[in-house]
Design a protein around this ligand. Structure first.
Ligand code: BGC
Length: 356
């Protein structure tokens, strides 16, 4: 717990530096225009806050759209957001997108019609980012996107928009490093190559794409030969992780030396299949995930997972609220400066207890 706080504090500090860099305008004229706008917006934000206070209420109405409530990691994230926002006196409404972009579009439109002061959106489809950004821009609502990162180009359409998340490449690299840190660097049978299966999240999501690519890249960059026995989408889902691992273990047997899962929930599912097949993690197979869910931390401590990577839900929630408040205070973000990242942290049996 202590370490998690420290990490978060570090992340906050780096975010502040990042945000300050984002303040700079390209020319004096632009800066003046931006400042005038910012001043006006600050005044408006002050007025909103004063009105809220006058009505005996909190610091404003915030609409939060989550891609689906039924996602293990996003549940932790949602709880963290709720605690922070309510703790600061905001009135918050959370909507469940139920993994349906049309449903989420309606929810965004409803929030706008209700006149929320700011939106925090975890898009259902990254490919819907253009439409989401156009909608919030049209309504002039300060918006923080979380967890599913659009491109810098897409975000540049609206200066009152920020993305807060992590750089998924980092988590993939750390997964590869967890395997490289084992006694035989993942080559359990000593045949000169690491044979793995990859259980992917929703491939539409950049987190799934990068984790898939960079976990293997860490191995090849270290000079290891690799063999991909299978790659399948498990859509971040525990049951799908279990099914894929079960089928592959039946098909490839002892040839599988490593199971890479793009997240912990799928890894927990894969672990059930590994145990049912009579295999033993860290002895005849390695298993890694991402997120550091409580269940995964327990398995890392018990030696049933080789490791995981902390996806800092608390740090990201704090970052999202901070960015939202900056927007409410009138801050605008220049193109190319709209992504704010929180660091991932490698989790092994040695440090897992620090995150529990
Ligand atoms: C997390 C997954 C989660 C996904 C949702 C990822 O960053 O690692 O656990 O399902 O976000 O978009």
């Amino acid at each position: 717990m202590k370490l998690r706080r420290k990490v978060t504090a570090l992340a906050m500090a780096s975010m502040m530096v990042f945000s300050m860099a984002a303040c700079g305008g390209d020319s004096a004229q632009e800066t003046t225009a931006a400042e005038t706008k910012a001043d006006a917006a600050t005044e408006a934000a002050k007025e909103t806050a004063a009105q809220a206070e006058a009505s005996g209420g909190a610091g404003g109405n915030i609409g939060v759209c989550i891609y689906k409530f039924d996602d293990a990691f996003m549940t932790t994230y949602r709880n963290a957001l709720q605690e922070i926002l309510e703790g600061k006196g905001y009135t918050v409404t959370f909507m469940d997108g139920k993994n349906d972009q049309a449903e989420q579009n309606n929810q965004i439109n409803n929030f706008i019609a209700q006149g929320v002061d700011a939106l925090i959106i975890n898009p259902v489809m990254t490919s819907a980012a253009d439409q989401i950004i156009a909608t919030v821009k049209d309504a002039d609502i300060p918006t923080v996107l979380i967890n599913r990162e659009p491109t810098a180009d897409q975000m540049s359409a609206y200066e009152k928009l920020v993305y807060v998340g992590c750089d998924a490449r980092q988590s993939g690299t750390m997964q590869g490093e967890l395997i490289l840190d084992t006694a035989n660097k993942g080559d359990i049978n000593g045949d000169g190559k690491v044979s793995y299966i990859m259980i992917q999240g929703d491939p539409e999501n950049v987190d799934a794409q990068y984790r898939t690519e960079f976990s293997v890249k860490a191995l090849t960059d270290a000079g290891m030969e690799v063999e991909e026995l299978d790659l399948q989408r498990g859509d971040w889902d525990r049951n799908k992780g279990q099914e894929i691992a079960q089928n592959d273990l039946a098909k490839f047997g002892n040839d599988i030396e490593v199971i890479f899962c793009n997240n912990d929930d799928m890894a927990i599912g894969a672990l059930q299949a590994i145990q049912a097949a009579g295999r033993k993690v860290n002895e005849d197979i390695y298993l890694v995930g991402v997120d550091a869910l409580d269940a995964a931390l327990n398995e890392v401590v018990n030696g049933n997972m080789t490791g995981t990577v902390l996806n800092d839900a608390n740090g990201q929630a704090q970052g999202a609220v901070e960015a939202m408040e900056a927007l409410l205070g009138g801050k605008t973000y220049a193109a190319g400066e709209q992504s704010i990242y929180v660091d991932y942290v490698k989790v092994t049996p040695e440090n897992a207890a620090d995150f529990q």
